[in-house]
Design a protein around this ligand. Structure first.
Ligand code: NG1
Ligand code: ZN
Length: 549
């Protein structure tokens, strides 16, 4: 280890304050102004991870996703409290950083002195038996937040300190970076994931989409709120590649140049939490709409019913739509693995609406598994199935096809016309659906493909089940770290006694449910309540928020 080089470059990225950092649900995420030393250290860690994995490419995505991030505050915008950015590491096949390395990330980011940094690196190298002579390859991308450009430089110094190579992909959506990383690392594999580069990503998705929807009646236009983020640019390029004869899209909230507008009263998180259309989109009956988040890994759909009432089709609805459609195809195609039907499963979190769980488990007869919040948990659980559908209610998710099932799609030739047709759709779906990570654009094409083939409107899709009234509220507390969730986030172990008080409130209402957990991405505690009527939910929410505050 070239300690003198590390120490020299560290001088440029000193930790200025007593800030505490935690590698949480979505990597490090906090005020951008405190992140320079963190990114330097993440560069060091990414280099070590690459060396540990025989020089495989490790990704670093610089984003604060759905968090609002005004940099220049203009007088016509209220002062927002968040000016966040963040960074998350990506494993060679596009998954989130392996969990056993998360404590290293936290420890390294919090090292106080230069000696602490070196000691921490030495500990990781020894524990993980890392061969420092191996080359390290790291690739970075960032969303449209202006603070990202400088943070790339901080990361670069960390990578260089361990004599690593840094590939800078510039501005990409989070899923595009995951795609590139998977492509880079599977170049020489039996089944390469694809060619590296944005244009290849668009072409891969577009070709698969068109191969199946060709000849079907085109859906009415889709209005997409791009949250004034990177998704605007990516969706424009994707739509161009697909062509308007297949897909009509109107992109709103595409003002990427004005960073203070990013996620401001728009985007998937806003729409989901406020249960209303974003600013910039005049929702009228008959319109088909969707919202992305700031780094385009989440999507939710919505429409206005005949009475003009806002209707949301969130991640739970997307999951059940996809699960139903794919299960039906697998049955029709007669796909088997060792003579058995493929193992099918749906993965949800505590935020999933109770009606969606009931619909999936009782009506669709799909096994449902619950994990803690955060896609890394859902992703791992979904890998246990041959076909694993996972979505967070907020619209973050995907469908994973195991190698066994992909091979089964190729092995079965299909005897009848129906079998052949179903197999072709399954094969195309496994290409359209991003296998590395939840991807708003790929999920959008999956939904559009299903609706096109099913000849369904958004209200037809919505008919599957009715959401139970629910509310999710952010509560600012003095220290969110005192809240310790257990049982897949459904209960609190600490503060002592709080869970009993929550239970007592919930008991007052029929079919009610509530849980409280600290956010891993914002300095808030999240309160979730669900009950039979909106009135009950509203009352219960007030009671629980009062307990937490
Ligand atoms: P936190 O802030 O830990 O609740 C949020 C989402 C997660 C996940 C991450 C990463 C909710 C309630 N929470 O995490 O599901 O998507 O952001 O983006 O939606
Ligand atoms: Zn996101």
């Amino acid at each position: 280890m070239d300690v003198s080089l590390i120490l020299k470059l560290n001088e440029e990225h000193k930790k200025l304050e007593q800030a505490k950092f935690t590698y949480g649900t979505a990597g490090f995420r906090t005020l951008a102004s405190t992140l320079d030393p963190v990114l330097f250290r993440v560069g060091l860690l990414a280099s070590l991870r690459s060396k540990k994995l025989n020089s495989k490419f490790i990704g670093a995505m610089i984003t604060a996703s759905h968090n609002a991030a005004p940099v220049k505050i203009k007088s016509d915008f209220p002062k927002l409290t968040f000016k966040d950015n963040g960074v998350k590491l990506v494993e060679p096949l596009g998954e989130m950083l392996v969990q056993t390395w998360e404590p290293y990330a936290t420890k390294l980011a919090n090292a106080e002195t230069r000696e602490d940094i070196v000691a921490c690196l030495t500990e990781i190298i020894e524990t993980e038996k890392i061969d420092l002579t191996k080359q390290s390859n790291v690739a970075v991308a960032r969303d449209t937040r202006p603070s990202g450009e400088k943070l790339v430089e901080s990361l670069k110094d960390g990578v260089i300190s361990l004599h690593g190579n840094l590939t800078n992909f510039g501005v990409l959506t989070t899923p595009q970076l995951h795609y590139n990383i998977r492509c880079l690392n599977t170049k020489a594999a039996k089944h390469p994931y694809g060619e590296v580069g944005e244009e290849h990503y668009y072409k891969k998705l577009s070709d698969a989409y068109k191969s199946i929807t060709r000849g079907f009646k085109k859906l009415s236009p889709l209005y997409v709120d791009a949250a004034n983020g990177v998704g605007a640019k990516a969706l424009l390029a994707l739509a161009k590649e697909i062509g308007s004869e297949y897909f009509d899209v109107f992109i709103v909230n595409a003002d990427v140049a004005n960073s203070e507008k990013l996620n401001f009263e728009c985007g998937a998180d806003f729409v989901k939490l406020k249960q209303k259309a974003p600013t910039g989109l005049e929702l009228k009956s008959g319109m088909r709409c969707a919202s992305l988040d700031g780094d385009a890994d989440r999507i939710v759909y919505y429409y206005a019913d005949h009475d003009g009432k806002f209707k949301l089709l969130d991640g739970d609805k997307i999951a059940t739509l996809a699960a139903g459609f794919i299960m039906d195809l697998v049955r029709k195609a007669n796909v088997t693995i060792n003579g058995q039907p493929p193992k099918f499963g749906l993965v949800q979190t505590a935020y999933a609406n109770g009606s969606s769980t009931e619909y999936a488990s009782k009506k669709m007869q799909v096994p449902v598994v619950f994990t803690m919040t955060g896609v890394k948990h859902l992703h791992h659980a979904a890998e246990e199935f041959d076909i694993g559908v996972y979505f967070e209610a907020n619209g973050h998710g995907t469908v994973l096809f195991s190698e066994n099932v992909i091979n089964a799609f190729s092995d079965v030739n299909g005897k009848t016309e129906e079998e052949i047709k179903s197999l072709n759709i399954l094969k195309a779906l496994s290409i359209v659906i991003n296998q590395a990570v939840g991807d708003a654009l790929s999920d959008m094409l999956m939904v559009e493909l299903i609706l096109t083939l099913n000849k369904q409107s958004l209200s037809d899709w919505d008919e599957a089940y009715t959401d139970l009234p629910s509310r999710q509220i952010k509560v600012k507390v003095s220290d969110r770290h005192i809240f310790k969730p257990i049982k897949a986030d459904t209960e609190l172990l600490e503060p002592l006694g709080l869970q009993e008080k929550i239970n007592a409130e919930v008991k007052k209402y029929s079919s009610a449910r509530s849980f409280v957990r600290p956010s891993g991405t914002e300095d808030v505690v999240r309160v979730y309540c669900e009950a039979k009527t909106q009135k009950d939910v509203d009352e219960l929410s007030v009671a629980i928020c009062t307990l937490v505050f």
